[in-house]
Write a protein that binds this ligand. Structure first.
Ligand SMILES: Nc1ncnc2c1ncn2[C@@H]1O[C@H](COP(=O)(O)OP(=O)(O)OP(=O)(O)O)[C@@H](O)[C@H]1O
Ligand SMILES: [Mg+2]
Length: 246
């Protein structure tokens, strides 16, 4: 479980990128965080994986205040908090299999035959058994994101953080990547945090959603309730039920 309490992040003196965010992300959930550009979504994710340190507030993951982690415990924490990005983050000079094996190298400074076999299994799992020796440039956007998902699985994650994972994909690839994430959540029990500006994405896979506006959560709840009865005007705008003019 991830518990954010009164989380604030200031990059400058006059602006809060996050402004008192309190959220609980239950185990096994697919939790959406939606908001317009600049709302603070990526900042929130970067705080959760400690690429950024919050200015104030706390982040507890499985009961541990993550800012108290150091050394091997911190490396382990980061390793098991897998990330999936909009631009895939694959190494272009490495094959698909080498990309998926990267987490083993990062964790143990070596890749064993068992690691390679496991990585091939993950590539098979994401439907890319025939692309093991391909390079990223030879793959479609949807296939690249599947490689990134296989690489995330090689971290043996308890959590996967997706920052606009489908924003660069066409509708068909988006649908198949979301289906895959949903299956991974169901089958492996991995909790997934989905950052998006698309209500369609939220509707397709999330159980819960929080709406972020200028660093603040203005509305949260089950996707069913929020879609049926949106309370905040920003939520209604994101749902296309209200005009964007002020
Ligand atoms: N490294 C940084 N230094 C200074 N300001 C930053 C930095 N990163 C983000 N910001 C500012 O913090 C605010 C939130 O940015 P953030 O990237 O978290 O938004 P976002 O919701 O992810 O937007 P997008 O949908 O465009 O990705 C913005 O005002 C942005 O300019
Ligand atoms: Mg962002």
């Amino acid at each position: 479980m991830i518990v954010l309490s009164h989380l604030t992040k200031d990059y400058t003196d006059d602006e809060h990128a996050l402004n008192g965010v309190s959220l609980t992300i239950p185990d096994g959930d697919i939790f959406g965080i939606i908001g317009m550009s600049g709302a603070g979504k990526s900042t929130l994710v970067r705080c959760v994986n400690l690429l950024e340190h919050p200015t104030s507030g706390t982040i507890e993951v499985d009961g541990q205040n993550i800012e108290e982690l150091s050394g091997q415990a911190l490396r382990d924490y980061r390793h098991h908090m897998a990330m999936i990005f909009q631009n895939f983050g694959l190494l272009s000079q490495r094959t698909t299999l080498q990309n998926v094996c990267f987490p083993y190298l990062a964790a143990n400074n070596k890749i064993t035959d068992a690691d390679r076999e496991e990585a091939k299994g993950f590539l098979e799992r994401v439907g890319l058994a025939d692309k093991v020796d391909s390079y990223p440039a030879q793959l479609s956007g949807g296939q690249k994101q599947r490689v990134a998902i296989a690489r995330a699985l090689a971290c043996h994650p308890k959590y996967i953080l997706c920052d606009e994972a489908t924003s660069a994909l066409d509708p068909a690839s988006t649908a198949s990547v979301l289906k895959l994430l949903n299956e991974i959540n169901q089958e492996n029990g991995i909790t997934i945090l989905v950052i998006t500006h698309s209500m369609e994405v939220v509707e397709k896979i999330c159980k819960h959603v929080a709406v972020l506006v200028k660093g603040k959560v203005v509305e949260e709840g089950s996707v069913k309730d929020v879609f049926a009865n949106p309370q905040h005007h920003e939520t209604r705008r994101l749902l296309g039920k209200e005009q964007w003019v002020d």
